[in-house]
Design a protein around this ligand. Structure first.
Ligand code: DX5
Ligand code: ZN
Length: 219
């Protein structure tokens, strides 16, 4: 029987009220979230612009929560030092956005940060198998990246299963993070498939009671 792992919840401030970000971050921290998901978008890799390193840097002194940065930007290697000095703990880049994915991951690790790699829905996970030993997390997108509040793509669950089997087979220890349309109604399915970290925009920031919303995701 598979042991039951603890689910980490990473609320995405993309769905928060940007005019009161400090309070919005503190609310999820007080509500039991271990991580905070920071969706950085450049308007080129994805069809939306969100915020960048200066906003992350401004939040850093106000919270002790683990900063989980999801960089949806082209050639993120150009800006890594900004995200490192801004206080990110985990830096996740997209396989599709880097001309040299390995060098980008190595640069994150060399800076002393946790390294994550994400794949868009159309990118097979088998394509990143060679990089798995370098990774602390794999972020499986279950919507097309760009916006909060989209509908979960159930056909992506198989990727989580494949990644879970692969880490067992090779005795690797990366965490599997799932991002897009996660809510209490699919949390058990995702957990059963092997996901460890749930990103949640709407499912947490769309709710008045953050602690209850986070608890519902943890099951
Ligand atoms: C989408 C982002 C997600 C988004 C999730 O590009 O990567 O992190 O904020 O929002 P929900 O949970 O509302 O789908
Ligand atoms: Zn994200």
């Amino acid at each position: 029987m598979k042991e039951k792992r603890k689910t980490v919840v990473s609320p995405s401030i993309l769905a928060a009220d940007f005019s009161r970000l400090r309070e919005e971050v503190r609310a999820v921290e007080a509500g039991g979230a271990e991580w905070l998901h920071l969706d950085v978008m450049d308007g080129a890799f994805v069809p939306n612009i969100s915020f960048g390193a200066p906003v992350i840097r401004a939040l850093r002194p106000h919270t002790g929560i683990f900063f989980d940065a999801h960089l949806m930007i082209r050639e993120p290697i150009r800006y890594l030092s900004d995200f490192v000095s801004a206080g990110c703990d985990l830096i996740t880049v997209h396989a599709e956005a880097c001309s040299n994915v390995k060098a980008t991951l190595e640069a994150i690790r060399a800076a002393g940060k946790y390294a994550g790699l994400s794949v868009k829905p159309g990118t097979p996970v088998e394509g990143i198998f060679g990089l798995l030993p370098l990774l602390h997390t794999v972020l499986v997108m279950t919507v097309e990246p760009g916006f909060s509040g989209q509908k979960f793509m159930p056909e992506m669950v198989e990727k989580i299963r494949v990644l879970d089997r692969e880490r067992q087979r090779r005795s690797l220890s990366y965490l599997i993070e799932v991002d897009g349309g996660v809510f209490s109604g699919n949390a058990d399915l995702l957990r059963e498939a092997g996901a460890d970290v749930f990103v949640a925009g709407n499912a947490v920031y769309g709710k008045e009671d953050k602690a209850a919303a986070i608890a519902a995701l943890k099951g």
